[in-house]
Design a protein around this ligand. Structure first.
Ligand SMILES: [Zn+2]
Length: 146
Protein backbone atom coordinates (compact mmCIF):
# COMPACT_ATOMS: atom_id res chain seq x y z
CA UNK A 1 0.00 0.00 0.00
CA UNK A 2 2.69 2.42 1.02
CA UNK A 3 4.76 1.45 -1.94
CA UNK A 4 1.96 1.99 -4.41
CA UNK A 5 1.22 5.40 -2.86
CA UNK A 6 4.85 6.31 -3.39
CA UNK A 7 4.70 5.10 -6.97
CA UNK A 8 1.55 7.11 -7.51
CA UNK A 9 3.17 10.24 -6.07
CA UNK A 10 6.16 9.74 -8.32
CA UNK A 11 3.90 9.20 -11.27
CA UNK A 12 1.95 12.40 -10.52
CA UNK A 13 5.19 14.35 -10.10
CA UNK A 14 6.50 13.09 -13.43
CA UNK A 15 3.17 13.74 -15.11
CA UNK A 16 3.27 17.35 -13.95
CA UNK A 17 6.96 18.00 -14.51
CA UNK A 18 7.35 16.32 -17.86
CA UNK A 19 5.13 18.71 -19.84
CA UNK A 20 6.75 21.64 -18.00
CA UNK A 21 10.17 20.42 -19.04
CA UNK A 22 9.06 20.33 -22.66
CA UNK A 23 7.36 23.71 -22.65
CA UNK A 24 10.35 25.83 -23.68
CA UNK A 25 11.17 23.39 -26.46
CA UNK A 26 7.62 23.54 -27.78
CA UNK A 27 7.75 27.35 -27.63
CA UNK A 28 10.97 27.42 -29.60
CA UNK A 29 9.76 25.10 -32.32
CA UNK A 30 6.59 27.17 -32.76
CA UNK A 31 8.54 30.35 -33.30
CA UNK A 32 10.89 28.55 -35.68
CA UNK A 33 7.87 27.29 -37.56
CA UNK A 34 6.51 30.80 -37.74
CA UNK A 35 9.77 32.14 -39.06
CA UNK A 36 9.90 29.36 -41.59
CA UNK A 37 6.37 30.08 -42.70
CA UNK A 38 7.19 33.78 -43.10
CA UNK A 39 10.20 32.82 -45.20
CA UNK A 40 8.08 30.44 -47.25
CA UNK A 41 5.46 33.12 -47.85
CA UNK A 42 8.07 35.62 -48.97
CA UNK A 43 9.69 33.12 -51.33
CA UNK A 44 6.28 32.22 -52.78
CA UNK A 45 5.54 35.92 -53.34
CA UNK A 46 8.93 36.52 -54.96
CA UNK A 47 8.41 33.57 -57.28
CA UNK A 48 4.89 34.69 -58.16
CA UNK A 49 3.01 31.74 -56.63
CA UNK A 50 1.37 34.03 -54.10
CA UNK A 51 0.06 37.44 -55.03
CA UNK A 52 0.97 40.11 -52.54
CA UNK A 53 -2.10 42.34 -52.42
CA UNK A 54 -0.52 44.78 -50.03
CA UNK A 55 -0.18 44.17 -46.32
CA UNK A 56 -3.02 41.71 -45.76
CA UNK A 57 -2.09 38.35 -44.35
CA UNK A 58 -2.43 35.26 -46.45
CA UNK A 59 -4.91 32.63 -45.39
CA UNK A 60 -3.79 29.06 -44.82
CA UNK A 61 -5.69 28.04 -47.94
CA UNK A 62 -3.90 30.57 -50.14
CA UNK A 63 -0.52 29.45 -48.86
CA UNK A 64 -1.39 25.78 -49.23
CA UNK A 65 -2.58 26.39 -52.80
CA UNK A 66 0.62 28.23 -53.65
CA UNK A 67 2.74 25.45 -52.14
CA UNK A 68 0.82 22.81 -54.10
CA UNK A 69 1.30 24.79 -57.31
CA UNK A 70 5.01 25.08 -56.59
CA UNK A 71 5.29 21.35 -55.80
CA UNK A 72 3.50 20.47 -59.00
CA UNK A 73 5.84 22.62 -61.12
CA UNK A 74 8.92 21.16 -59.45
CA UNK A 75 7.79 17.55 -59.71
CA UNK A 76 7.47 17.13 -55.96
CA UNK A 77 4.72 15.16 -54.24
CA UNK A 78 1.76 17.57 -54.18
CA UNK A 79 0.89 17.69 -50.48
CA UNK A 80 0.55 21.40 -49.72
CA UNK A 81 2.92 20.78 -46.81
CA UNK A 82 6.36 22.35 -46.64
CA UNK A 83 8.66 19.40 -46.05
CA UNK A 84 12.47 19.51 -46.24
CA UNK A 85 12.52 18.83 -50.00
CA UNK A 86 10.01 21.57 -50.72
CA UNK A 87 11.93 23.99 -48.53
CA UNK A 88 15.21 23.19 -50.27
CA UNK A 89 13.67 23.64 -53.72
CA UNK A 90 11.94 26.83 -52.65
CA UNK A 91 15.22 28.21 -51.39
CA UNK A 92 17.05 27.30 -54.59
CA UNK A 93 14.27 28.59 -56.83
CA UNK A 94 14.21 31.90 -54.99
CA UNK A 95 17.98 32.27 -55.20
CA UNK A 96 17.94 31.49 -58.91
CA UNK A 97 15.12 33.95 -59.49
CA UNK A 98 16.96 36.70 -57.64
CA UNK A 99 20.15 36.00 -59.58
CA UNK A 100 18.30 36.08 -62.87
CA UNK A 101 16.27 39.21 -62.21
CA UNK A 102 18.85 41.03 -60.20
CA UNK A 103 18.47 41.58 -56.50
CA UNK A 104 19.06 44.47 -54.19
CA UNK A 105 19.08 45.18 -50.49
CA UNK A 106 16.27 47.27 -49.09
CA UNK A 107 16.07 48.70 -45.57
CA UNK A 108 13.26 47.44 -43.35
CA UNK A 109 13.56 50.22 -40.79
CA UNK A 110 13.12 53.44 -42.78
CA UNK A 111 14.66 54.74 -45.98
CA UNK A 112 13.49 54.62 -49.57
CA UNK A 113 16.70 53.67 -51.39
CA UNK A 114 17.83 50.24 -52.47
CA UNK A 115 21.47 49.22 -52.28
CA UNK A 116 23.87 46.82 -53.93
CA UNK A 117 25.51 46.02 -50.61
CA UNK A 118 23.85 45.01 -47.35
CA UNK A 119 26.35 47.12 -45.45
CA UNK A 120 25.60 50.40 -47.24
CA UNK A 121 24.07 53.28 -45.23
CA UNK A 122 24.23 51.13 -42.07
CA UNK A 123 20.85 49.48 -42.74
CA UNK A 124 19.31 47.54 -39.87
CA UNK A 125 17.89 44.11 -40.85
CA UNK A 126 18.03 44.75 -44.60
CA UNK A 127 16.00 42.47 -46.87
CA UNK A 128 17.27 40.91 -50.09
CA UNK A 129 14.59 41.27 -52.76
CA UNK A 130 14.37 41.19 -56.53
CA UNK A 131 14.94 44.55 -58.24
CA UNK A 132 11.38 44.62 -59.72
CA UNK A 133 9.95 44.02 -56.25
CA UNK A 134 12.06 46.82 -54.75
CA UNK A 135 10.88 49.21 -57.46
CA UNK A 136 7.29 48.15 -56.99
CA UNK A 137 7.62 48.93 -53.29
CA UNK A 138 8.72 52.46 -54.20
CA UNK A 139 12.46 52.13 -53.60
CA UNK A 140 14.90 54.00 -55.82
CA UNK A 141 18.62 53.28 -56.35
CA UNK A 142 21.04 54.63 -53.80
CA UNK A 143 23.38 57.27 -55.24
CA UNK A 144 26.35 55.94 -53.26
CA UNK A 145 26.33 52.34 -54.51
CA UNK A 146 24.61 52.69 -57.91
ZN1 LIG B 1 23.84 52.32 -51.03
Amino acid sequence: MQKSAKTLALFVAVAICLPLAFLPVVGLSVSQQEMQSLYVQRALVTLGYLEDDGGTEFSGFEIEDAIMWFQEEYGLPVTGIVDDDTLTWLFEAEEEFLEEHGAVWIPTKGGKKYHSSSGCSSMIDPRYVSTPEAEELGFTPCKKCY
